[in-house]
Design a protein around this ligand. Structure first.
Ligand code: SF4
Length: 484
């Protein structure tokens, strides 16, 4: 038997789907209140948040009396044309880009979801994942609710519609007190928009302005595109209601220890965003500096794996005093729909995305910097590619701790058994990816770079889940149930 098969049962069969051995982004939300071109601004905002979800996009606007909706499958530029943007009239609008973390990827699951209930018309966009959605859905169905989608977000709408309170804001609070997990939500009604962040603040949300208009956005980078101004972050547990009466802020939920997702700093958020009180670019570079201090190596050059390793590599090079070279050229035009043309030329997925620059690598000792190893299959191919380009030694450095557990709070991770670090030591992973050395940043190093561990969720590195995971959710993603 192939010794690799003996050592890593299962991993050799995990092909990387055209280099798709990555964590996937989650969702992004964007809203504007009080602008004559509200839908156009949301369209631009969604473009800036496209990295958070590419499977579907949608915008709901209010013409002051009714909600108008346009959504479709694919990226923002594909879904919205001049024609459907013109239909989205009104001075208020919200939008959503989606990568499916719960519910299948289909138009029925594309957000924002809009309903007309006894509380009036309302639409919702959600970034995050509810851990008790299955149980709530079963209870609601037993009481006669009929669901149109398989998304956890629709549960919130049903809970709002069934809430005893006639007042919509009170009904939203009543509904959200029943859900558990991660949510940064944006709502629109004919006369207001509302932003809410769950009490632990897993996912980011910022408040901004564009002239006299108010803006809500998953990430501050989207404000730059509309010439907006960053005002502040929406706080964990805060509900912001923006209407003709101005902006009101409420704290309707019991306080809970903050659990902001540290992986937003490692990978998800754009480096030009300000997230959880810090510049993503600065934190990412600080991860690289810490990594250089913790995992030094005798080498000639630091090479980032684009795009995710670039900022950590800058920090590593700065701290180690080694030169930084862009040793890969990335092809930005490979979509998720790529079809391998022939069986005989299969398995070249990573090569489609990355090509090594032989002249920069040949004969040199290379420190490769990436932000994570998921299954290990892609890292293995990249190391082989660098050796194939003539590198003398290949040392892999990872700008976060080993990923040992899946995420239940809105990040699409493979199951526990697919995560190579959940069942293999660093030395075993090194042998699998065939690097000369392998080093991860420690959890302590991550915390130092991100301004202290307090306030962050680090569950995928520690298996300590800040919101208990129901057994059924744990079984679905192949993890043992947690309870605390
Ligand atoms: Fe972020 Fe990991 Fe926590 Fe999920 S489990 S919220 S990816 S830190």
């Amino acid at each position: 038997m192939n010794p690799l098969k003996q050592m890593f049962p299962g991993h050799d069969s995990l092909q990387d789907r055209a280099g798709d051995d990555r964590f996937h982004d989650e969702c992004g939300v964007f809203g504007v209140f009080g602008h004559p071109e509200a839908a156009n601004l949301v369209y631009l905002g969604l473009h800036a948040l496209q990295h958070r979800g590419q499977e579907s996009a949608g915008i709901v606007s209010s013409n002051g009396e009714r909600l108008l909706e346009e959504k479709g499958m694919g990226q923002v530029g594909r879904v919205f044309k001049r024609r459907n943007l013109l239909r989205l009239k009104g001075r208020h609008a919200i939008g959503h880009v989606r990568y499916s973390t719960a519910g299948k990827s289909a138009l029925l699951n594309a957000q924002p979801f809009r309903i007309d209930s006894c509380k009036g018309e309302i639409a919702i966009g959600h970034n995050g994942n509810l851990v008790n959605a299955d149980q709530l859905r079963r209870e609601l169905e037993a009481q006669g609710s009929i669901f149109r989608s398989s998304s956890d977000t629709e549960v919130i709408l049903h809970l709002i519609a069934k809430a005893p309170q006639a007042d919509l804001e009170a009904a939203i609070v009543h509904a959200l007190k029943q859900v558990q997990g991660a949510y940064s939500l944006i709502f629109i009604t004919p006369d207001r928009i509302i932003g809410v962040r769950d009490p632990r603040g897993f996912r980011p949300m910022a408040l901004g302005s564009a002239g006299t208009a108010h803006v809500l956005t998953s990430e501050s980078c989207a404000l730059d595109l509309i010439d907006g101004t960053f005002v502040r972050e929406v706080e964990p547990g805060e509900m912001v209601v923006i209407s003709g009466q101005g902006l009101k802020s409420y704290r309707p939920f019991p306080a809970a220890p903050s659990a902001q997702c540290i992986f937003e700093h490692v990978y998800f958020s754009r480096p030009d965003s300000f997230v959880f009180g810090r510049s993503v670019h600065e934190v990412r570079k600080a991860f690289g500096r810490e990594l250089a201090r913790e995992q030094p190596v005798e080498a000639d050059v630091v090479v980032p794996i684009p795009d995710s390793g670039v900022y950590a590599a800058l920090g590593y090079a700065e701290e180690s005093k080694l030169p930084l070279e862009f040793g890969f050229v990335r092809n930005h035009y490979i979509g998720r729909t790529f079809i391998e043309p022939r069986q005989s030329i299969r398995h070249f997925g990573v090569k489609l995305k990355l090509n090594p620059v032989r002249r920069l690598l040949e004969g040199r000792r290379i420190v490769l910097i990436d932000d994570s190893i998921v299954r290990g299959t892609t890292s293995r191919k990249i190391v082989a590619m660098v050796r194939g380009a003539g590198a003398r030694e290949v040392h892999m450095r990872i700008s976060c701790a080993p990923t040992i557990g899946p995420c239940y709070y809105g990040v699409d991770t493979p199951s526990r058994k697919e995560l190579i670090a959940s069942s293999h030591s660093v030395e075993e992973i090194r042998r699998f990816i065939e690097a000369d050395s392998l080093g991860y940043l420690s959890l302590e190093g991550m915390a130092r770079a991100a301004g202290g561990a307090k306030g962050y969720c680090t569950a995928c590195y520690t298996n300590e889940y800040p919101v208990p995971i129901p057994e059924e959710a744990a079984v679905r993603v192949g993890a043992p149930p947690q309870s605390r």
